[in-house]
Design a protein around this ligand. Structure first.
Ligand SMILES: Nc1ncnc2c1ncn2[C@@H]1O[C@H](COP(=O)(O)OP(=O)(O)OP(=O)(O)O)[C@@H](O)[C@H]1O
Ligand SMILES: [Mg+2]
Length: 368
């Protein structure tokens, strides 16, 4: 799969831009703030219907502009598809593939998969388990629609049960019978979801460790530890026994919404003990594993976008990373760098066919 062309109107810093890409390696070079990441974000929109960086679509409309338009032409299995995304200020986003709209935008997920490696990925290490659960949930949901349904149903119960706990605290009246009705569905769904998460991690881990070993030259060992209470034999009893604590705290304290994913390096949490370069290597390995995983499950080679990935990596790691990315397993790749010379020095014939673009003054120009 590859993006043949992209056209933008009033999207962030671009009033108008049109560009044709090649089916393999595309580099965007330009100074800080020139608009490299914005190009990647517009491509991210075409794949996911959303921005990779902010929840508010209106932030993507150019300051003082009234709308934005993104049009892309994608080639998938030798067929061409037109993807259109636009937003007028104060109205609903329009999203079309080959001129037709979806009933639900979520139907687009997984059709034109993309993997983005960007500086803000470090939230996967820095932030709470919620961010890691969301990341892994989104990968599992791409190929297991049953998982997504279970998750939606579980979150629905959780929201209702928490609302009930709050209401009981406000009114001062405890309704244990009503609370009891949530126990069996939440305990059962928790067990099913946790089982799927556990077998996902078992399958994902070798992909992840293999990528890390290739980048770090086997200098250290990384691990993803998945912790859940939902698979203990007496989880039903634990859930029931926790009721008094739930009433006091006004929220559900046990269930898969409290599952943990811990990244470890040589047996210690990387968040506390990993160096910056090790953390960066881990994040890149995680995303490359996502790439391999999505590719094998969806039978489509995702687009790979690498935004500013060289910082904090030593020369050995950069070389090994480039040789991974230059291998046959990848299809179309986008790479941004503020330092044109560095990018040029890393490129060789193995990245052909290749295009280099300079981004400056809100324009994107192909270089020789
Ligand atoms: N809605 C908007 N309207 C106009 N300009 C915007 C909008 N949103 C962001 N920008 C501008 O886009 C520019 C940032 O672009 P981008 O993040 O793509 O830069 P970059 O080339 O990736 O830079 P860096 O090398 O620092 O990562 C900033 O100058 C910012 O003001
Ligand atoms: Mg950037």
């Amino acid at each position: 799969m590859f993006l043949q062309s992209l056209s933008l109107q009033y999207f962030k810093n671009y009033e108008k831009a049109e560009v044709s890409f090649c089916d393999h390696f595309n580099c965007l070079v330009g100074l800080n703030g020139s608009g490299k990441t914005n190009i990647l974000d517009s491509i991210y929109y075409l794949s996911t219907t959303k921005s990779a960086f902010h929840a508010l679509d209106s932030q993507s409309i150019q300051h003082d502009g009234q709308y934005f338009v993104i049009n892309g032409q994608i080639s998938l299995s030798k067929k061409e598809h037109k993807i259109h995304c636009s937003l007028k200020r104060n109205s609903r986003k329009t999203f079309k593939v080959d001129d037709s709209e979806y009933d639900k935008l979520s139907e687009h997920v997984g059709k034109f998969p993309i993997v983005l490696i960007a500086p803000n990925d470090d939230e996967l290490i820095r932030e709470s388990n919620e961010v890691r659960r969301r990341f892994f949930d989104s990968i599992i949901s791409q190929y297991d629609s049953e998982y997504l349904k279970l998750l939606i149903r579980y979150n629905h119960y959780l929201k209702q049960r928490n609302a009930l706990l709050k209401k009981m605290a406000e009114s001062g009246r405890v309704d244990k019978v009503m609370l009891e009705t949530y126990k069996t569905p939440m305990v059962n769904d928790s067990a099913e979801i946790a089982m799927k998460r556990r077998s996902f991690i078992q399958e994902f881990l070798p992909h992840f460790q293999n990528n890390y070993d290739r980048i770090a030259d086997k200098k250290e060992r990384v691990e993803i530890v998945y912790n859940t209470k939902a698979l203990s034999a007496d989880f039903g009893k634990q859930f029931a026994d926790n009721i008094q604590r739930d009433i006091q705290s006004q929220r559900t304290g046990l269930g898969i919404h409290r599952d943990e994913y811990i990244f470890e390096i040589d047996g210690f949490p990387i968040k506390k003990y990993g160096s910056q370069g090790q953390q960066k290597s881990l994040l890149i390995s995680l995303k490359l594993a996502q790439f391999g995983f999505v590719k094998s499950h969806l039978k489509i080679t995702p687009i790979l976008m690498l935004d500013d990935i060289f910082d904090k990596l030593d020369d050995g790691r950069i070389d090994r990373l480039m040789s991974i990315i230059g291998s046959k397993e990848f299809g179309q790749v986008f790479l941004t760098d503020a330092r044109e010379e560095r990018t040029r020095s890393l490129l060789s014939e193995k990245f052909e066919p290749m295009k280099i673009f300079r981004v400056e003054e809100n324009m994107i120009t192909e270089l020789d």
